[in-house]
Design a protein around this ligand. Structure first.
Ligand code: FUB
Length: 334
């Protein structure tokens, strides 16, 4: 039995859940036509015991949230996609994202297939809130979890993805799966997230996914044993004053960190932390500009009194200083 006083933690929290009638997590936020849309996971209690594979994250559908702006009430637009309507997907609808191209909205999501392997799917619709119609097959050559789309200024779209442990990234090298692959030794370079440009129709990779390298301040790849800084999951890419900011979760050390570079493919150089640990095991975020200000979307498990797979999406302002460094946020005041 926990002796944490969650009402006191709630009182100290930097921000409150955007919705409380359902549990939501992994918020991917975008501004489409002047309104904020959030594409989260929809957490449920499936009665599966906690394990390092994340089997207790047994989500079955997605809802889209939207709001007029910071401080306004978030609207839940209901079920946008259900696993029963995705022919290739069997279980575990994890962190999604979305993009707009022309008049079409593209919704990207991971799920496990019949063989128990994560792949990425696409579904399309003519409204930012869905419903979305899934493609019958997963994206060719896709694997692992946490797709995040970045639209560059030149009209190119890039899909970032990957996550270790339950996200299965450690079982891939050069885009090939092998059951015997695992995490590198602590003194070897850490596994990197993957990125691929999307085809013009947004439904497939236009190229073989590339592994992103995150460097330390000396230009050396971060090592697998550097668990306070190495990539674990939750890729996100934003562009600020012409630089590419790649941000991510360190997983078992529970930080949201960022690294910067000059190309959407990296390499990126580690810069620091965006968010200190939240209540709950996972941490996952997105970053989005609205009316000239920047916002961090994140989640925690305060509303569920610490149940790690019952999370709530939150939003707070993010500051870049005059050097372009992101000020670290602490989710709870002392
Ligand atoms: O929501 C399920 C998984 O938990 C996500 O895919 C990860 O990023 C972590 O937040």
């Amino acid at each position: 039995m926990s002796d944490v006083d969650y009402s006191a933690v709630k009182a100290r929290a930097l921000s409150q859940p955007l919705v409380e009638h359902i549990y939501t997590a992994d918020p991917s936020a975008h501004v489409f036509d002047g309104r904020i849309y959030i594409y989260p996971s929809h957490d449920i209690e499936a009665g599966i015991a906690f394990n390092d594979n994340g089997d207790h994250f047994a989500m079955q559908d997605y809802h889209v949230l939207s709001l007029d702006g910071p401080g306004s009430k978030a609207v839940d637009h209901g079920v946008a996609l259900h696993i029963n309507d995705v022919p290739w997907a069997e279980r575990q609808m994890w962190a999604p994202d979305a993009a707009k191209k022309g008049d079409t909205y593209y919704f990207y999501f991971p799920a496990k297939n019949a063989a128990g392997r994560f792949q990425l799917g696409v579904a399309t619709g003519n409204s930012p809130t869905g419903p979305f119609k899934a493609e019958p097959e997963a994206m060719q050559g896709s694997y692992s979890i946490d797709p995040a789309v970045f639209a560059d200024d030149d009209g190119s779209y890039y899909l970032y993805f990957g996550g270790i442990w339950g996200g299965q990234l450690q079982q891939y090298r050069d885009n090939q799966y092998a059951a015997h692959y695992g995490e590198p030794a602590a003194t070897e370079p850490a596994l990197g997230p993957r990125v691929a440009k999307l085809t013009d129709d947004m439904l497939q990779f236009a190229e073989a996914p590339r592994e992103i390298v995150i460097l330390d301040q000396h230009g050396k790849p971060l090592l697998a044993g550097d668990t306070n800084r190495r990539f674990f999951e939750a890729s996100w890419l934003h562009k600020y004053q012409g630089k590419y900011y790649f941000s991510y979760s360190t997983g078992d050390t529970h930080f949201i960190c960022y690294a910067t570079g000059d190309s959407p493919y990296g390499p990126f150089t580690y810069q620091g932390r965006i968010l200190e640990p939240v209540v709950g095991w996972t941490t996952h975020h997105s970053i989005c500009q609205f009316n000239g200000r920047w916002y961090l979307f994140y989640h925690d498990s305060v509303l569920s009194a610490g149940v790690t797979h019952l999370r709530s999406v939150k939003m707070t302002e993010l500051q870049h200083d005059d050097q372009g460094r992101i000020r670290t946020l602490r989710p709870y005041r002392d």
